[in-house]
Design a protein around this ligand. Structure first.
Ligand SMILES: Nc1ncnc2c1ncn2[C@@H]1O[C@H](COP(=O)(O)OP(=O)(O)O)[C@@H](O)[C@H]1O
Ligand SMILES: [Mg+2]
Length: 371
């Protein structure tokens, strides 16, 4: 039996381990939180995944390693790969992507369209950038950000200092993209080079946090083709097997720009769990193991997912799940001990034949759940 080590044991690691249950593998996760979400389906090693020595120690005796979070220590993974441990996707890809500014530079060098951005060393850099691109601008942490926690929208010069001090060191800036929609593509690559994208989805964010994902995206064929072509190009420039999540902005002019790339399973692919013949999580584990990938197909003409976000700070107490399931919703709760405001605690997916019908059911089902 192969041993697979996942660096990170949050909900993404949990769903990977859960989906690997019927495969001949033993899964280990490295995570600092005692009884992390993945620990229900995997053996947890408690430790800091951003610490080099901890990752070296965790990885040294596994047959194959992967990661569920960009903060995974890339230097340790590069060193383990040099020592002969298999790691998917490539840790070099992780080290480019984990710094969002470096990632943007890399995309630009490879001719992939992104919005305007610049390095920030002082508030003068923000002022200069805003002179060229106008307010609002988006100040972002280069590393370690997730679910909007590393972003501040700056509306005017007066807001620069407070946004900078809230975010701390290591920043860059982006021009505001007045998008008409946000799109995403989840793509899987096998070790034999097979590339299977899932259909282009629309993602809706509130306060920089993903709220709802609808598949397929309601866009005309030309836009869907542009998004697919861009994701194919991105898969050519980033190396490694596994699942990647590609976030995009669709501009009012019909142009598609890349927002960011995740070298891992992604929130925009959660609806594939129960909503497709193969979930992104199982597909990723197959890729990591060097098995053949499965060609993905949605189970209905419309599949929609809505995140369950915490609305208070207290121990988690999920209720209303049976009621939501009775409406036909698939409910996934991540087993986090504490609920926190805006923290991702679970999600609901509904599969059906029309987006209108599915949306009605999902909003009803979602409203019944509290956590
Ligand atoms: N330059 C931008 N212009 C407009 N909206 C943005 C911009 N950058 C981020 N956002 C909004 O914030 C969300 C989260 O930002 P993102 O940089 O993807 O951070 P995270 O790492 O939290 O996903 C985006 O999906 C989008 O809704
Ligand atoms: Mg994002």
């Amino acid at each position: 039996m192969k041993t697979v080590g996942i660096v990170g044991g949050g909900q993404l690691g949990r769903m990977m381990a859960m989906e690997a249950k019927d495969l001949d593998v033993e899964i280990f996760v490295l995570d600092p939180t005692p009884n992390c979400p993945a620990s229900e389906f995997a053996t947890q090693v408690e430790g800091d995944f951003s610490d080099k020595n901890t990752v070296l120690e965790f990885g040294k005796d596994k047959d194959v390693l992967t990661f569920e979070i960009e903060s995974a220590n890339a230097d340790a993974l590069i060193e383990l790969e040099e020592r002969g441990i298999e790691i998917h996707p490539s840790p070099k890809t992780l080290s480019i992507i984990k710094d969002k500014f470096k990632q943007k530079e890399f995309l630009t060098e490879h001719g992939i369209p992104v919005g305007s951005y610049a390095k920030v060393e002082s508030s003068e850099d923000v002022k200069d950038f805003a002179k060229k691109h106008d307010y609002p601008v988006v100040l972002k942490s280069r590393r370690g950000a997730y679910d909007g926690c590393g972003n501040r929208t700056v509306e005017n010069e007066e807001q620069i200092e407070s946004a900078m001090s809230e975010l701390g060191e290591g920043l860059y800036i982006e021009a505001w993209v007045p998008f008409s929609k946000e799109l995403a593509v989840v793509v899987a690559r096998g070790q034999d080079g097979t590339v299977y994208p899932y259909p282009v989805v629309e993602t809706i964010h509130t306060d920089h946090i993903c709220d709802l994902v609808a598949s397929p995206a309601d866009v005309d064929e030309k836009v869907a083709e542009k998004a697919s072509a861009l994701s194919a190009k991105i898969m050519e420039v980033f190396h490694g097997a596994g699942v990647f999540g590609i976030e995009m902005f669709l501009t009012k002019e019909g142009e598609v720009l890349i927002n960011e790339i995740a070298p891992r399973v992604h929130n925009s692919g959660h609806l594939t769990l129960g909503g497709a013949n193969i979930s992104q999580f199982k597909q990723h584990v197959l890729a990591v193991l060097g098995e053949s990938l499965v060609e993905p197909l949605l189970k209905g003409k419309a599949v929609i997912m809505k995140n369950i976000l915490g609305t208070r700070n207290a121990p988690a107490k999920p209720t209303g799940i049976e009621g939501a399931e009775a409406l036909g919703a698939l409910v996934e709760i991540y087993g986090k001990h504490d609920t926190k405001v805006k923290r991702k605690m679970g999600h609901v997916t509904v599969v059906g034949e029309s987006p209108e019908e599915v949306k009605q059911i999902i909003l009803k089902a979602h409203s019944l759940i509290s956590i």
